[in-house]
Design a protein around this ligand. Sequence first.
Ligand code: ZN
Length: 247
Amino acid sequence: MEKLINIAADKIINSKHTTVFTGAGISVESGIPPFRGKNGLWNKYNPEFLDISYFYKNPLNSWVTIKEIFYDYFGKALPNKAHECVAQLEKLGYVKAIITQNIDNLHTNAGSKIVYEFHGNSRKLVCLECNSVFAVETINLNILPPKCKKCNGLLKPDFIFFGEDIPSFAYQKSVEEANIADVFLIIGTTGEVMPACNIPIIAKKNGAFIIEINLEISAYTHSITDIFLKGTAVEVIGKLFDIIVNK
Ligand code: ZN
């Protein structure tokens, strides 16, 4: 493991363009459970409330569950050491961009600047009538469903629901990153969610060196990964960070 972390550190130090690609695993240590897996949210909740056609028909029902999960519960989550190390690596010039599948805003809260949010962001609400976007802090979620302050249209969290397309800007930028990255650092994602899971595969096809940090082997480990670092995001990124800054 020590030897592998050292090789990974050298690859990042010597790379021209390292892109980080994160999933639920990086936020678990901030207290946000993943959707999938044995302790995942889908074992507790019926995913129907995040289906876009269900939402249009039953906005109040959807919103009661949305508020409970994403605002009352996740809203209190803080970035952990893994988010902070990624932000520091960007600040020091070792990381050029972050692509995240997470909607929790924790990379931005940790200080990361270039963050492409593949599935959108829960901290913003978008009006389905006039497309105005509001910071969730400015909207009263004690009255559900929340309405637009400009046109009284229905507000929806600005992350994608089942049945919606990937935000086009984030998608284009992610593919661009996969085209230019020479090192691609996967953190805490098992590669099961389409089409996000294809981004590292595009990077590999374009010649990127793939470093993977995951607690368990994933769909990537024996297919595209060059170096697999087994462990939690906080533990492994912490070590990797210390080696990089002390070289
Ligand atoms: Zn509106």
